[in-house]
Design a protein around this ligand. Structure first.
Ligand code: ADP
Ligand code: MG
Length: 318
């Protein structure tokens, strides 16, 4: 396919992202945003071909969706509202045409769904692999962002949804399982995660949440971060970790270790937070208590009230 060239590609991007009133987006050396009263949140995430996705396993639309999703999820994890994203992309020759445009289509779909504009970025060629770095800006009223470090002894540990679906979806792709309805749902959860933006904001507004993060590497590893930064320990009841019916059924059918997927599998992008137990009745959505913050150190896993050995670690790049 003939490519539009760098500037044609930038024009193509521009057409896909309406710019909010009082903002200036793609076109000048910098984007311009109206003055903000709140505290500002910034984060970036780098997506590398061969590390985070394989070009022949994921559609370009799915990669574009996920590039934006993982960044939006970081804003949700602070209880923030996303304001805008920025996209820097390096494209080898064979991805400069159709692949890049379809990537933008997927990125635009999720951006529209969550109402977050893409206001700028950079475009360059690459010798071999595709790399995409997304930067995200968000905001919170001053002093209200929820950090990982605030877990308090006696807090209940909650998650916002079932865990392990993304790991199940990935397993099904790797094993080439038949795409029945359950497998389709799991693969969708893997390829098109939904960042918990509304939930994150509502949790912050409750004023009751002491610590929060999004689950990207698996709860075993992610909860450790909260514990380390808060100087606390935790007890987690394995049987309380929520698992979807789809994953339970697929697990039975294919002989998967479902608890290991739920605890060790990453990329569910549900929120993990700690708060007094009463919060569960004060939210407009369901949350799942899975354990307690203690004064100890590390995670103690229990099953039916008895301590169990649990050695599953989350995902680490190196
Ligand atoms: P500069 O030379 O100042 O870096 P560019 O020619 O790279 O400017 O970019 C022109 C405009 O297009 C800028 O507003 C920039 O933010 C935007 N832009 C370039 N690449 C992207 C991209 N991948 N996504 C979104 N905006 C982009
Ligand atoms: Mg540039």
């Amino acid at each position: 396919m003939k490519t539009r060239g760098e500037f044609g590609f930038i024009d193509f991007i521009k057409e896909h992202f309406p710019v909010p009133d009082n903002f200036e987006g793609i076109g000048d050396d910098c984007a311009i945003l109206p003055p903000q009263q709140e505290e500002m949140l910034f984060s970036t995430d780098l997506l590398m071909e061969g590390v985070h996705f394989l070009r022949n396993e994921s559609s370009p639309e799915d990669v574009g969706w996920k590039a934006a999703a993982v960044n939006l999820s970081d804003i949700a994890a602070m209880g923030g509202e996303a304001i805008a994203t920025f996209l820097s992309i390096a494209l080898p020759k064979d991805a400069q045409g159709e692949w890049a445009e379809r990537f933008i289509e997927g990125y635009a779909q999720i951006s529209k769904l969550y109402g977050v504009p893409l206001l700028g970025g950079d475009t360059t060629s690459s010798l071999r692999d595709i790399a995409a770095n997304v930067g995200v800006m968000g905001k919170c009223p001053k002093g209200t962002s929820i950090k990982r470090s605030g877990a308090a002894e006696g807090d209940t540990i909650f998650v916002t949804g079932p865990l392990g679906d993304s790991a199940g979806g990935l397993q099904a792709i790797l094993d080439g399982e038949e795409r029945d309805q359950d497998i389709k749902v799991l693969i969708q959860r893997h390829k098109r995660p939904s960042p918990r933006m509304k939930e994150g904001k509502q949790l912050r507004e409750s004023g009751m949440v002491n610590s929060m993060m999004d689950i990207s590497d698996g709860i075993a590893s992610d909860l450790e971060h909260i514990l380390e930064l808060s100087g606390k320990g935790a007890t987690v009841e394995l049987e309380r970790i929520p698992v979807s019916d789809e994953l339970r059924r697929a697990g039975e059918k294919y002989g998967w270790n479902v608890p290991a997927m739920a605890v060790g599998g990453g990329e569910d992008f549900e929120l993990l937070f700690t708060a007094p137990a009463e919060i569960a009745e004060k939210l407009g959505f369901k949350v799942y208590p899975i354990g307690k913050i203690t004064g100890g150190k590390g995670i103690t896993w229990t099953k039916e009230g008895k301590e169990v050995e649990w050695e599953i670690k989350g995902f680490k790049h190196f």
